[in-house]
Design a protein around this ligand. Structure first.
Ligand code: 5AD
Ligand code: SF4
Length: 454
């Protein structure tokens, strides 16, 4: 870039630290897309950045604390570069942006979850030395402007696409409806356009994301989630489709049938149950009983016998007794999930559950949680062992320490030995070693080029 005086102007660099869910990851990828369009380049380290952005999560208390300690570290960037801009966005910024400015007064820019498209203007303001703050309570109607920007991704072969924003469920523990707003589905044409761009860019696996993807289309009225699955599968070049997160109440038979029928939809589903006890499910306002949830699992296994499943669990919800907790354990033993994400309940200010009093002490809940995690570790290992000597399909996503690394359709991580360059290929891999958290094997055939047999 030439300066008017003839000197060379330094290219500005950005660094983004992302906390939380896939929606945040995808938002950060879009933010990187905006910054690229403004001429910014990624920094290798935050200390070299002219702009540091922290994309925050607020789903539990721990991430809140992590953000403050990260900001404390990033503040040092100003010692060397006083003009550097520090910004905060995401769920914590939406919920407590002004409070955050008091706690971390060196922050120059704060914006909410629906104001990302306004980043160019906010950045200009911050670069002039002003505090740039935009946190809109209602949804900003212009948020869809964000969809025009291409994402900047680390992974070349698999990509997220946000298909629905917000959540209309009111699970009593959850902050998300307050930080992400009501459900807004993106128009199907726009989603398909983005799928097309991604495929042209070399992407093979499309991962549809949203807080509640199975509610897709409810607000549009003329399209349902299963129809979106069929439409995405029609785009030439889409080799794999995944989606997260589905809600057990909205997962209907049409969707399960579509999952079974569409060849590209992977045999894997993350279906959060949160708790096994009907009493606790009711107090959480989840909208289903254990029996109804298990019926959905049965239906999934009927249509897709080799499906891999994962779930989210909250331990220690207010009022949860040992008997309630044992119901959760019972479900884990019955379903045999491939993976479980378990969390200790964390009261979130402003949610209905935060008003309820805790029955069990923290130590007991921590013990329940670690017992549950230990049980699941064994189940996961047992499920992995089923892969010994089997040949599975893997999309190779990266090369690391001399091995190729990818995922099976069932979302298992596989390390592959091969003398050929397998990056971006869909290969058949014979599994010859099973670990607790991953599989190892050797490539036997490149599916993308059927003729080439080794
Ligand atoms: N405390 C603990 N875990 C929570 N989650 C959501 N809210 C809370 C909370 N207040 C968990 C749920 C959800 C996952 C993303 O985070 O299990 O599915
Ligand atoms: Fe939160 Fe429940 Fe919505 Fe999931 S479905 S984002 S847990 S309110």
């Amino acid at each position: 870039m030439e300066k008017s005086g003839g000197g060379v102007e330094k290219v500005k660099k950005y660094y983004i630290r992302t906390f939380g869910c896939q929606m945040n990851v995808n938002d950060s990828q879009k933010i990187a897309g905006i910054l690229k369009s403004l001429g910014y380049e990624p920094a290798n380290h935050w200390q070299e950045a002219d702009l540091i952005l922290v994309n925050t999560c607020s789903v539990r208390e721990k991430p809140d604390q992590k953000v403050l300690s990260a900001l404390g570290e990033f503040k040092k960037v100003k010692n060397k570069n006083p003009d550097a801009v520090i910004g905060v966005c995401g769920c914590l910024a939406q919920r407590a942006g002004y409070e955050l400015l008091q706690k971390a007064p060196f922050v120059d820019m704060v914006f909410g979850t629906t104001n990302i498209h306004n980043l160019p203007q906010l950045l200009k303001e911050a670069e002039r030395g002003n505090k740039a703050v935009e946190i809109i309570e209602e949804i900003d109607e212009r948020e869809t402007e964000l969809d025009r920007y291409p994402t900047v991704r680390d992974n070349k072969y698999t990509a997220y696409i946000t298909v629905i924003r917000g959540c209309d469920k009111r699970c009593t523990y959850c902050i998300v409806p307050y930080t992400r707003g009501k459900e807004r589905s993106r128009r199907i044409g726009e989603i398909l356009q983005e799928v097309q761009w991604l495929v042209e860019d070399g992407v093979k696996e499309i991962h549809l994301i949203g807080q509640n993807v199975t509610a897709y289309g409810k607000d549009l009225g003329d399209v349902k989630f299963y129809q979106l699955l069929y439409a995405v599968s029609q785009v030439e070049g889409v080799e794999r489709i995944r989606f997260t997160t589905g809600h057990p109440k909205d997962l209907d038979e049409d969707t399960i049938k579509a999952m079974a029928e569409i060849p590209q939809v992977c045999e894997y589903l993350h279906l959060p149950i949160q708790a096994g006890s009907d009493r606790i499910l009711k107090a959480m306002d989840r909208g289903y009983t254990q029996k109804e949830y298990l019926e959905k699992i049965e239906l999934l296994k009927k249509y897709i016998p080799d499906i891999a499943l994962s779930t989210d669990i909250i331990v220690g919800f207010p009022g949860e007794t040992y008997q309630d907790y044992l119901e959760t354990i019972k479900v884990l033993k019955e379903v045999e999930y491939d993976q479980v994400f378990a969390f200790k309940y964390s009261p979130r200010p402003g949610t209905p559950a935060a008003e309820l009093s805790q029955t069990e002490d923290g130590e007991t809940v921590s013990r329940w949680l670690s017992d549950l995690i230990n049980l699941q570790k064994e189940i996961t290992f047992k499920k992995n062992k089923e892969y010994q000597d089997k040949t599975v399909e893997v999309l190779v996503e990266e090369e690391k320490e001399g091995k190729f690394v990818g995922r099976t359709r069932t979302n298992k991580l596989v390390h592959i030995d091969s003398g050929h360059n397998l990056l971006g290929e869909i290969v058949k891999v014979k599994i010859n070693r099973v670990n607790r958290f991953s599989l190892e094997g050797e490539a036997v055939k490149v599916i993308s080029e059927e003729a080439q047999l080794w």
